[in-house]
Design a protein around this ligand. Structure first.
Ligand code: MN
Length: 327
């Protein structure tokens, strides 16, 4: 079945020309790496293609081969429509966002993804739910097509694997991932430099937000809930972006004994974005659902249209209730 899917995907690429390569809104490391890796493959085959994303490429990923050629759909009206589309790392069709404006009315679509919720919206689907990253699937596709890899390609795939496995730490860090990583290093992927850049380095905005957030760290009386908040003013003062808030919620969550870590992010006077992380005792997706949000058992979020203090009271009480009923 998997071997068949790989062949079908290879045929889709070989028999067509003039492709649009897209990934999901607010692209992460795997999304951009997968986009440029498919671009690399198409370039090697002498195919015409364009790479597109709804939003801009995060600046820390600018080292990726040809990433500067990725067009931002938000800033550009469609110049034309594409009949052949390759979607990478998009769990559902809606995740491509405004990039869809560049698709022909009934495009031929190759859907390459690893999200278990992907419903197979492509004309051809290359889906492997236990793959650690979409980049892992693309490496298999390039092997299937018997192409020699180089440093540019290896760096892209390594980046997708590194980011989607949280630095080769999460449960998806399979023996297959490690075997692949070994080959990527042989092909010239700069492992230590990528780890430094993607896992260690912080922007000044990020550090300023950590500084402010940690100064406010608060706990429930039983210390099983830890939370912090950032205000609209913080973002304005520090020049931090939303990207700079990534990982902030892990500080309370990582403390010994804390079951749920929460980050409250104020967006104007009556809007608060809430991110929750659970150590496992409670299902934070169920709590997020009470407030109209959703997510995964251990990572979920919601948005409340109330002042910050009210959002903190409401969500912390709901989490406390869930923890108490669990005990
Ligand atoms: Mn991914």
């Amino acid at each position: 079945m998997w071997a068949m899917s790989l062949k079908e995907a290879a045929t889709f690429i070989r028999e067509r020309d003039d492709f649009l390569v897209v990934s999901h809104v607010q692209p992460d490391g795997d999304a951009i790496s997968s986009t440029v890796a498919i671009g690399w493959l198409l370039a090697k085959l002498g195919k015409a293609y364009m790479m597109l994303n709804e939003g801009p490429v995060p600046s820390r990923l600018h080292y990726l081969w040809n990433s500067s050629a990725i067009v931002t759909a938000l800033n550009n009206e469609p110049e034309r429509k594409f009949q052949n589309v390759i979607c990478v790392d998009c769990a559902d069709f809606a995740r491509v966002g405004k990039a869809a404006q560049w698709f022909a009315a009934e495009p031929q679509l190759l859907n390459i993804d690893h999200h278990p919720t992907n419903n197979g919206y492509g004309s051809v689907n290359l889906l492997k739910f236990h793959a650690a990253a979409t980049a892992e699937i693309i490496f298999e596709l390039v092997e299937e097509m018997e192409m020699a890899i180089d440093r540019d390609f290896a760096t892209a795939i390594y980046t997708g694997l590194l980011t989607d496995t949280g630095g080769f730490r999460y449960a998806n860090t399979s023996p297959e991932v490690m075997a692949m990583t070994s080959r990527l290093l042989e092909a010239g992927a700069p492992g230590p430099e990528l780890a430094e850049l993607l896992l260690e380095r912080m922007t000044m905005g990020q550090m300023r937000m950590i500084q402010r957030g940690l100064a406010r760290l608060a706990f429930s009386p039983d210390q099983r809930i830890g939370w912090l908040w950032v205000t609209s003013e913080d973002l304005a003062d520090t020049g931090a972006t939303n990207e700079d808030l990534e990982g902030l919620v892990n500080y309370p969550r990582n403390i010994e004994g804390v079951e749920v870590g929460i980050l409250f992010k104020e967006n104007g006077e009556q809007s608060v974005k809430v991110s929750m992380r659970s150590a496992g005792a409670v299902n934070v997706a169920a709590i997020a659902q009470q407030f109209g949000g959703g997510g995964h058992v251990r990572a979920a979020g919601c948005r409340l249209t109330v002042p910050l203090a009210e959002a903190i009271d409401g969500v912390v009480s709901a989490v406390q209730k869930a923890l108490d009923s669990d005990a």
